[in-house]
Design a protein around this ligand. Sequence first.
Ligand code: GRG
Ligand code: ZN
Length: 314
Amino acid sequence: MTDSLLIPLHVKYIQSLDKRTDELEYWLTEHLRLNGLYWGLTALDLMNNIEALPRDQIINYVKSLQHENGGFGGHTGHDPHMLYTLSAIQILVTLDAVDVIDKDKVVAYVVSMQNEDGSFRGDQWGEVDSRFVYIGLMALKLLKRMDAIHVDKAVQWVLQCQNYDGGFGNTPGAESHSGQVCCCVGALALTDSLHLIDQDMLGWWLCERQLKNGGLNGRPEKLEDVCYSWWVSSALAIIGRLHWIDKEKLSQFILSAQDMEDGGISDRPGNMVDVYHTCFGVAGLSLIGYPGLKKVDPVYCMPEHVIARIGLKK
Ligand code: GRG
Ligand code: ZN
């Protein structure tokens, strides 16, 4: 048990990820390569170590993943998807290199994913989910092209995803889940629409996610998991109610899920680490004010200084 964030070890762990080609995990997560790069780069920047990954190589790799229709695949030869398209933009914006890609094509791709009712599809196969509304809005906001889509319709659709318990689901009528809450609250924040919901009721649902051991869960009766340190806390931060949870206990929980020998953070203490939980553990710590980390922006899950540089910080 340690009560401090092992930054040098986590930096080494993230650097090692693209060299572990002899591990099954490396091949099983091939489709997530671009997401992994976003998670790794974000964690590194928040830990003041962005130069630990090769900037030019990353930019060329990301650029190579853009398809003719404007969307990005998760790795070489993979189909385009909204999930990877957002990661591509977040990475390039973070590296101040967004001009290397064809932005108009990305905008056209995102526009093509919006449905008549305001919702968004994830890809050509048509899955609809509140994640994709958030992604579409964030991608266009980062590219300063929100005007290209039907923002009002998107907001109306997101509002339909709110339940009587105050939380949000992945589609209208679906069970409240912290991940979807983060997406819906993020979408409302990106469109200046937070006044349209009952923030107190939402705040109650969110702060009830904290368990005795300090960790947060995704919905009632479920286990705590480090990634909810992000999904829950970012939504609380956006509605100005982060003080409704015990930050010190959350910080202890995240720190207890570190691998103290090889670096990285897992979903809960003692489990295998991965870059996704490492990112959201570090981002969660940044949000609750852990010392020595750069500040993360709760709406974009990107370093605050990046959002300020592109003029989106209010
Ligand atoms: C830029 C931060 C950022 C996000 C982009 C992809 C995305 C938009 C958001 C994902 C939000 C989401 C749905 C997160 C939850 C992921 C998760 C841990 C799901 C697990 O669900 P279950 O049912 O687990 O397997 P529980 O914890 O409910 O038992
Ligand atoms: Zn998790």
